[in-house]
Design a protein around this ligand. Structure first.
Ligand code: HSE
Length: 314
């Protein structure tokens, strides 16, 4: 058994417009790293956190990676597999409140690192509920559309909550995703509280049609159908008000033929652009980033393929 393990878990784009809380995909970079080792104190301790500007709590019960690990250790204790202490080192490489699943990445990396350290007593799928517990500590509610893709890779459908069931969807070849993260912070908890608690029947029908069509489009590798399905008639109209220049950027995006879809990544403010190929990426992203600059907002660009692998050991 190795005495120190580091896991990396990637960022993810949740919702994908037509699947609030039920669809998400993993990207290659950025992501978080968590290193774990066994201590002889029989305690779970966070011994170091880097890259967080002193924002994250060292109390494991208040920290997403800590909560995920505590939850996992609880199961291992019940199953009489492990009853010792763990030291945790966290390296945050992702911005907070960016809509890229930052808290999920830490929660996933923590669970994967500990499971590997202890010789994989649980399957990757079994780790999901523990990573979700960590996510809940950050966003106030359990949702798996960031943790599942970050852990498993690819494009994931949450088929069911309680008990959690996921499905890896087919990934069309050559898709590229560009993400622009404007440097403003939106807390997921806040962005969830804004949402309506009920939606009218006609919207429910249209939304369900979009989600179902999304799945069919992936199984048929039909990018036109995919593009038609990736629409958000429920959440985007509410949350887009939090993102400067959103409507202008949406108009820019859909003026380019290579854009399959544009929308808010997770709870924002990051924006995602899904491309058929790479030819128009630079032109669009330059336009959007200069628009943010004109509005005195700094932004970061990430360009990635869909990450098929998910979390990994470094
Ligand atoms: N589905 C979640 C939400 C994802 O939109 O609130 C958060 O990243």
């Amino acid at each position: 058994m190795k005495n120190k393990i580091t896991a990396f878990a990637p960022a993810s784009v949740a919702n994908l417009n037509c699947g609030f809380d039920i669809l998400g995909l993993a990207i290659q970079e950025p992501g978080d790293e968590v290193t774990v080792s066994i201590n002889n104190q029989k305690k779970v301790r966070i011994t170091s956190i880097k890259g967080d500007n002193n924002r994250l709590p060292y109390n494991p019960a208040e920290n997403t990676a800590g909560v995920s690990i505590l939850s996992l250790l609880e199961e291992l204790k019940e199953k009489k597999i492990f009853d010792g202490g763990i030291d945790i080192e966290i390296v945050k490489k992702m911005p907070f409140g960016s809509g890229l699943g930052s808290s999920s990445a830490s929660a996933v990396a923590g669970a994967v690192a500990v499971n590997t350290l202890l010789n994989n007593p649980l399957s990757k799928e079994d780790l999901l509920k523990h990573a979700m517990a960590g996510e809940k500590a950050a966003s106030g509610q359990e949702h798996a559309d960031n943790v599942a893709p970050s852990l498993l890779g690819g494009i994931i459908l949450i088929r069911q909550y309680n008990p959690l069931k996921t499905l890896s969807l087919p990934i069309p070849p050559h898709l590229t995703i560009a993400i622009i993260y404007p440097h403003i912070e939106i807390k997921t908890e806040y962005a969830r509280k804004m949402l309506p608690s009920a939606i009218p029947m006609n919207k429910m029908i249209a939304h369900t049609a979009h989600s179902a069509t999304f799945v069919a489009a992936l199984y048929n590798n039909d990018l036109t159908m995919l593009s038609e399905s990736m629409k958000d008639i429920i959440v985007e109209p509410v949350r887009s008000k939090l993102i400067p220049c959103f409507d202008t950027i949406k108009n820019i995006a859909y003026n380019f033929s290579d854009v399959i879809s544009f929308g808010i990544s997770g709870s924002g403010p990051s924006l995602f652009f899904l491309f058929k190929n790479k030819t128009q990426i630079e032109t669009i992203t330059e336009k959007v980033q200069s628009l943010f600059t004109q509005n005195n907002i700094q932004s970061t660009l990430y360009i990635s393929h869909i990450n098929k692998e998910g979390a990994k050991i470094l």
